[in-house]
Every structure is written in structure tokens, then in C-alpha cells.
Design a protein around this ligand. Structure first.
Ligand code: URA
Length: 194
């Protein structure tokens, strides 16, 4: 069957998910947003208030910053990326998702990644790195370096909420480092087109 049809089918089933307790407090399941026919998949932590209301990933302040950061290196998040999260439902009060929530949600993310088959996966923040790659290192240590697994390239970056709290664009600061990391992503994307 056609990949987009499969993706839409997966989404339809996921929107009804009741596999964990987060389903009891969510407004909407946040499946993701962007282009499923793309080479870049971005993984965040979990939906916040705005995402829960709108049912779309990264549409609040952190999302706007993420969009702008990608845009500054010539990547349009809606056209060139698919964006989703480790957990698809908002954890109450934006707490970190629990291990059991991450576990029960992982099959949705794995199926999304299998269907999209991205060459590049950008991991936003340490929860994404820890949950998806099982690497427990401070994000400040592992960001900006490619990790290769299963024929895909992973780029850990600071979470945009952290950048909201650290707004300086000065050389060497988190925002400047993120711009550098996303430049590497853009270079890799261009290389894939050759
Ligand atoms: N933070 C995340 O990690 N994901 C979202 O979708 C929004 C904010």
C-alpha cells in the first residue's frame, strides 16, 4: 500500500490510543506535523499546553523558536521535516514523561519512523536522546555530533525550551551552538540530494 495512506491509517488508530494514563488527561493526541515524505525527522519530548489544544506538535513558543532556528539555515519545518515527540499526549503540568509512558508510546514513534524512513533524525533535548538512543549524557556534551545507527544519522540539539531560557545569540552560547548544529543538518541534507 501507498506510504501516505499507511501513515494516515496509523494516525487514525493512534488518535484513539488509550495505552497509558496520559490518555485520561489529554485534550488531543499529538501525532505530529510536517511532511511525511521527507528525509528529516525531528523528535521532541512531549506536547505542551498549546500542542494539546491544537493537536499539532511544536506550535507554542518553543515550536516557533524551533521553526525559526531551522529557517535560519534554510530548512522549512513543514516542508522539509516531519516533527513528533517521544510521547504523543501532554504530561500533566508539563512534567517529564514517565518511563512506562515512554515505553507504551514507543511503538507509535517506531512505526512513524519506519514508514517515513528518514535519513536524518534530529533529537531535541536529552529526553529524546535518552529515550530513543538510550544514551544518558548531558545534552551539552553530545549535541552537535553525528551518531550513526541503523543506516540513519542522528543529531542531538538543545531543546528549544532551553533556548527560550537562554536567549543570547552570542558566539559559544546555546543558541549560536544550535545554529551551528543545524548547519550540519543542512549540509547533510544537501549531500543526500547529490
Ligand atoms: N515541547 C516538546 O518537546 N514538544 C512539543 O511538541 C512542544 C514543546
Amino acid at each position: 500500500m501507498n506510504k501516505i495512506l499507511d501513515f494516515e491509517k496509523l494516525k487514525k488508530v493512534c488518535l484513539d490510543c488509550k495505552q497509558c494514563n496520559l490518555s485520561k488527561t489529554r485534550t488531543n493526541v499529538v501525532f505530529g506535523r510536517g511532511n511525511p515524505n521527507t528525509k528529516i525527522f525531528v523528535i521532541g519530548e512531549g506536547p505542551g499546553h498549546n500542542e494539546d489544544i491544537e493537536g499539532l506538535a511544536f506550535v507554542g513558543r518553543a515550536g516557533k523558536l524551533l521553526d525559526a532556528a531551522f529557517q535560519s539555515v534554510g530548512i522549512d519545518t513543514n516542508k522539509d521535516c516531519y516533527i513528533s515527540n517521544i510521547v504523543k499526549c501532554r504530561p500533566p503540568n508539563n512534567r517529564k514523561p514517565l518511563n512506562e509512558e515512554i515505553q507504551s508510546c514507543s511503538s507509535w514513534l517506531n512505526q512513524q519512523i519506519n514508514l517515513i524512513n528518514p535519513r536524518i533524525i534530529v533529537l531535541a533535548g536529552s529526553t529524546a536522546v535518552e529515550s530513543y538512543l538510550h544514551i544518558k549524557e548531558p545534552i551539552s556534551k553530545i549535541r552537535g555530533k553525528w551518531i550513526e545507527r541503523d543506516g540513519r544519522k542522528f543529531m542531538p540539539i538543545f531543546h528549544p525550551s532551553y533556548l527560550l531560557r537562554n536567549p543570547s545569540k552570542e558566539k559559544g552560547k546555546p543558541k549560536w551552538l544550535t545554529w551551528k548544529d543545524l548547519k550540519l543538518v543542512k549540509t547533510e541534507l544537501e549531500a543526500l540530494k547529490k
